[in-house]
Write a protein that binds this ligand. Structure first.
Ligand code: NDP
Ligand code: 8X3
Length: 259
């Protein structure tokens, strides 16, 4: 039976913590005393963040540089965790990206593979590795970062939107699979958040990335971190299934009121 008591602070594993939403979530949760495992591919940035969080918030933080597309590397990293880090209570499947903005007829196969492998398979790999421990302990919470792009499809975004639609389906499927074990599953789905997202999408073209956020106030990654914090701090009997968070100036994937 689930408890009505607020959950105690468990170990939180955040993928893609070197930037944006993942980084802000690590900061928010470290401030609240959670022990963190943070991942990402950029080793130096990741380790710097872990050191910063440990010194500023006096909490334990383990940095694991790894690519979520590499299932063997993930298994090596997470099956060999030191004992004190094994009981992961919360998994935030955040690592993800859009690569390019193109029609299907003009899109790049490499971009498609990168998005599909990171945004879909990355979530599956991480969950397959981490969920069994939660199921065994009959306690845990998986938060998948979806998007408005998982609820709508916009021009030139077919493949990115398909991956985020897949995140919606995976969240619902995991919910069905894990419900007998008391493991919660939630999705947190933002509209436009100003992070490195557009810089990555446009492959380093800063001018093009800046234009995405021109003339309106986008969400900050901290806005999403606050929501994730809310979602994971509900009492045992409450599962927030899905949250859609938009900038006030954004009414849909394509309707943004710019001044
Ligand atoms: P950022 O580009 O700022 O951050 C993305 C993070 O994902 C980085 O830490 C990056 O780390 C990590 N990452 C990317 N690819 C991999 C990989 N193969 N293996 C491991 N880590 C990886 O973008 P956001 O913070 O905006 O994006 C976070 C999530 O939010 C994504 O899933 C995105 O789709 C989603 N989202 C973003 C929105 C926005 O408007 N910004 C809106 C809706 C959803 P590193 O490069 O070090 O590996
Ligand atoms: C990111 C938001 O609208 O750029 O998922 O696809 S959008």
């Amino acid at each position: 039976m689930q408890s009505k008591v607020k959950p105690s602070k468990s170990i939180v594993l955040i993928t893609g913590a070197t930037s944006g939403i993942g980084r802000a979530t690590a900061m928010r949760l470290a401030k609240d005393g959670y022990r963190l495992i943070i991942t990402g591919r950029r080793t130096v940035i990741l380790k710097k963040l872990a050191d910063y969080l440990e010194s500023k918030y006096k909490t334990d933080c383990l940095a694991i540089p790894v690519d979520v597309r590499d299932y063997s590397a993930l298994k090596n990293a997470f099956f060999e965790l030191p004992d004190q880090w094994k009981s992961i209570g919360i998994l935030v499947n955040n690592a993800g990206l859009a690569a390019g903005l193109d029609t299907v007829q003009e899109g790049s196969v490499d971009d498609w593979n990168q998005m599909i492998d990171t945004n879909i398979k990355g979530i599956l790999y991480m969950t397959k590795i981490i969920a069994p421990g939660m199921i065994e302990r009959k306690k845990g919470h998986i938060i998948n970062i979806g998007s408005i792009a998982g609820k709508e499809v916009y021009p030139k975004g077919a493949v990115y939107c398909a991956t985020k639609n897949a995140v919606e389906a995976l969240t619902l499927g995991m919910r069905q699979d894990f419900v007998p074990y008391g493991v919660k599953v939630s999705s947190v789905c933002p509209g436009a958040v100003e992070t490195e997202f557009s810089l990555v999408r446009f492959k380093g073209d800063q001018e093009r990335a800046d234009k995405v956020y021109n003339g309106f106030v986008p969400l900050d990654p901290e806005d999403i971190a606050d929501v994730i914090h809310f979602v994971i701090t509900r009492p045992g009997h409450v599962n927030i299934q899905d949250v859609l968070i938009m900038p006030t100036a954004q009414a849909s994937a394509t309707i943004i009121h710019r001044q």
